[in-house]
Design a protein around this ligand. Sequence first.
Ligand code: AMP
Length: 114
Amino acid sequence: MTDCIICKIAQGTIPAQKILETDTVVAFMDIAPQAPVHGLVAPKAHIRNVVELAAHSPDLSQELVVAIAEFARQSGISDDGFRVVANTGDDGGQSVDHLHFHVLGGRSMTWPPG
Ligand code: AMP
């Protein structure tokens, strides 16, 4: 999609600190980190949210989960723990309309979320 930040990062037309990349998935650091480690893991295809993801091949869901785990491992947060968040739609607080999983770690998280 031409006007989508994550599509542009996936295509390499705007810069990002990419941590890992496969044919289908990309992980990069969030530009406004909310924790010492804050990455975004996204499909390269313009899938809007987890509802749309559910209509795709289960392979893609698995690839995203593998990328989340690999991002956490490479970032050194696997052992102490981390949080994975997919804000979805208006009530979910989604501001970028391309599915992405926030991976947050490096500090203790609180609950409930705001
Ligand atoms: P959400 O509000 O859940 O849709 O999350 C969107 C996230 O994208 C926010 O955490 C932003 O800080 C992040 N973001 C926006 N633009 C960029 C960018 N160019 N590079 C990296 N992260 C970005």
